[in-house]
Design a protein around this ligand. Structure first.
Ligand code: HEC
Ligand code: HEC
Length: 208
């Protein structure tokens, strides 16, 4: 598999550890179900980035599953964050939204689904650390403007719909400034209940 995924290395780095390009995301250690959902989404055009859409165009599902399993199992060292280039006030706002949300505006705490350690939950929820601010804000923008969608009910579309441009800048800046955890492994499935349903994270007996 390491040889087969060489086409991915220029953009995603060796073992999917990421590169210095701030827009190319790390893949290593993300939950396999999450990675598989993304590969399907790019192949089927539900998530848009032309080089990825093109590369995956003809790949069968069983093969995409193997690719997802491969990157999920990798544990290369993760990059440490650079200094944030925003004010303390912006960072404080970002931290408050990630850890507590803003009930008055219907914004749920990001930790309620991404986990108190922000390492995600198997099978479908990715961690949010070790990603750069420009990538994070582009993804939240993608949901707000409809160029990124997930399996319905698309909970991230609901979450992103409650965020303003300033909120997005603040959460992206705070998240990308956090040290990466020593163990980025996602929490086990059903380790904690979600505040509302996500199609990409079927919970026991509710979806499928
Ligand atoms: C030309 C550069 C490029 C190549 C080659 C490439 N990717 Fe990507 N990939 C990207 C970019 C950029 C994104 C983020 C796109 C977006 O959503 O805006 C991405 C996103 C992804 C994601 C989703 C990551 C996440 O956290 O949501 C997966 C999974 C992925 N790529 C897998 C692969 C695999 C597997 C290969 C090789 C078969 C590959 N990519 C080749 C640039 C590339
Ligand atoms: C109700 C549960 C839920 C809440 C609350 C939630 N998320 Fe998510 N998030 C998800 C799921 C599920 C996915 C995976 C979606 C998919 O399959 O594409 C996701 C994916 C993401 C991604 C994509 C990561 C990547 O590697 O591309 C980002 C960024 C993100 N969430 C940010 C946030 C932020 C910021 C907040 C808080 C403001 C938040 N999320 C709150 C469930 C949630």
């Amino acid at each position: 598999m390491a040889e087969r995924v060489q086409a991915c290395t220029p953009c995603h780095g060796i073992q999917g550890r990421g590169t210095s390009d701030p827009y190319f995301p790390r893949l290593a250690g993300k939950p396999s179900g999450y990675l598989y959902n993304q590969l399907l989404a790019f192949r089927n055009g539900r998530r848009k980035y032309p080089p990825m859409n093109y590369l995956l165009q003809f790949l069968p599902e069983a093969y995409l599953k193997q690719i997802a399993d491969y990157f999920a199992a990798q544990r290369p060292p993760l990059p440490q964050p650079g200094p944030a280039d925003v004010s303390e006030a912006v960072l404080d706002h970002g931290k408050a939204l990630v850890t507590g949300g803003d009930a008055s505006r219907g914004v749920p705490a990001c930790v309620s689904c991404h986990g108190s350690l922000l390492t995600g939950q198997e099978p479908g929820i990715p961690g949010l650390l070790g990603l750069r601010a420009s990538y994070l804000s582009a993804q939240l923008g993608g949901w707000r403007y409809g160029t990124r969608t997930a399996i319905a009910p698309d909970c991230m579309q609901i979450v992103a719909g409650h965020l303003t441009e300033d909120d997005v800048r603040a959460v992206a800046a705070w998240l990308s400034a956090q040290p990466v955890p020593a163990d980025p492994s996602p929490a086990k499935n059903d380790a904690f209940a979600l505040p509302f349903q996500c199609g990409s994270q079927p919970e026991e007996g509710t979806l499928k």
